[in-house]
Design a binder for this molecule. Structure first.
Ligand SMILES: Nc1ncnc2c1ncn2[C@@H]1O[C@H](COP(=O)(O)OP(=O)(O)OP(=O)(O)O)[C@@H](O)[C@H]1O
Length: 290
C-alpha cells in the first residue's frame, strides 16, 4: 500500500455508496485519489471511544491474523458536518462479498452443512488469536463476519471478524450492562447477564454455537431436544460443545478447531453463493481493493 493511502486527507474522499448500516453509524464506500477502494465506518462523536477501541484492536491484529479485518488508516478522523453534527470515522479494507448475513439471505436463510463447517473453521481461526491475546469480541453474529475473496490454496473465500465496538480488551472494562445483543438475546451467553456478569472468551463460543444453528436454518431459540433432532449428529455435537451452560466447561476455540464439523473438506462456497453489495456490482464502481 502506498504511503499516500495510509495517511488520508479524509474530508476530501468521495463517498461512492453505502455498504451497511449499524446501530451506531454507517459504513460507506470511498475511493482514494490513487484508486484504492476502502470502507469508511462513521459514527456520532459521542461513540468515539468505541471507534477508537475498534481501531486499536484492528491494528493489534493487523499483522498477526488474516481472519480479522484490516485497518487502512492509522488514526480516527473527526469531522463537523452541516448543522454542527460531529462525527468520527475509521477506514478499513472492503469486504467485496459483504457479510455472512448477506450470504445467508442470498441462500434463503439456510446454508449447506459443509459450507457452514468451512465458515466455522475460518471464524475459529480468528477467534483463536483474539482469545489467545486476551480479547473477547462480545458481538459475534453473521452481520459482523465479512467475506473476502482469496485465491490461496484453491480457496474461494475468506471470512474475517469485524465490528469490535463492543469488544473487551485485556484488562479493559466490560461492555456496558444491557449493551450486548440487544434484539438478539439468544446470542448472549447465560453467564454474561445477571449479577455475576462474567465476560470471557467463552461468551464468543456460546455466540458461535448460536450462529451455527442459524446458518443451518434451525431455530436459534430451540431447546436441546429440538436441536438434537433437527441438526445432524456432527453439527449437534459441535453446537452442544459451544452451548455448555457452565462457561468454565465450554470448549475453547483452539479445541473446536479440531472438531470434525469444522474440518469438512468440501464446503468452500461456490462463487454464485457469494453476495456482492449493491454499490460494488459490476460497472458501478471501478477501483482496486486493499
Ligand atoms: N469493511 C467492510 N466492507 C464491506 N461491508 C462492511 C464493512 N464493514 C461493515 N460492513 C457492512 O456494514 C454492516 C454494519 O457494520 P458494523 O457492524 O461494523 O456497524 P456498526 O455500526 O458497528 O453496527 P452495530 O451497531 O449494529 O454493531 C455490516 O453488517 C456489513 O454488512
Amino acid at each position: 500500500m502506498s504511503s499516500s493511502s495510509w495517511m488520508l486527507d479524509a474530508t476530501t474522499l468521495p463517498k461512492l455508496g453505502c455498504l451497511g448500516q449499524g446501530h451506531h453509524g454507517y459504513i460507506s464506500l470511498v475511493k482514494t485519489p490513487d484508486g484504492l477502494l476502502m470502507a469508511k465506518k462513521t459514527s456520532y462523536r459521542k461513540y468515539s471511544d468505541d471507534l477508537e477501541k475498534e481501531l486499536r484492536i484492528l491494528h493489534h491484529f493487523n499483522s498477526i491474523n488474516f481472519n480479522i479485518v484490516r485497518p487502512t488508516s492509522p488514526i480516527i478522523y473527526y469531522e463537523t458536518m452541516p448543522v454542527n453534527v460531529k462525527i468520527c470515522s475509521i477506514y478499513m479494507e472492503i469486504a467485496p462479498h459483504g457479510s455472512l448475513e448477506d450470504m445467508m439471505t442470498k441462500a434463503g436463510g439456510r446454508l449447506p452443512e459443509n459450507v457452514v463447517g468451512y465458515c466455522t473453521l475460518l471464524i475459529l481461526e480468528g477467534l483463536k488469536d483474539l482469545h489467545k491475546d486476551g480479547y473477547v469480541h462480545c458481538d459475534l453474529m453473521p452481520e459482523n463476519i465479512l467475506i473476502f475473496p482469496t485465491y490461496t490454496h484453491g480457496e474461494l473465500c475468506e471470512l474475517k471478524l469485524a465490528d469490535f465496538g463492543l469488544a473487551k480488551e485485556p484488562n479493559g472494562p466490560n461492555p456496558l450492562d444491557g449493551s450486548l445483543f440487544q434484539g438478539n438475546p439468544e446470542y448472549l451467553a447465560p453467564e454474561a447477564v445477571g449479577p455475576r456478569r462474567i465476560i470471557s472468551s467463552a461468551v464468543d463460543i456460546w455466540s458461535l454455537g448460536v450462529m451455527v444453528i442459524e446458518m443451518l436454518g434451525a431455530n436459534v431459540g430451540g431447546r436441546n431436544d429440538y436441536l438434537s433432532a433437527t441438526l445432524s449428529p456432527m453439527a449437534w455435537d459441535f453446537v452442544r460443545k459451544c452451548k455448555v451452560r457452565d462457561w468454565e466447561d465450554r470448549a475453547t476455540a483452539e479445541e473446536l478447531l479440531s472438531h470434525p464439523f469444522a474440518n469438512q473438506s468440501i464446503g468452500i462456497p461456490p462463487l454464485e453463493m457469494l453476495p456482492v453489495p449493491h454499490c460494488l456490482t459490476d460497472g458501478v464502481v471501478q477501483g482496486r481493493f486493499f
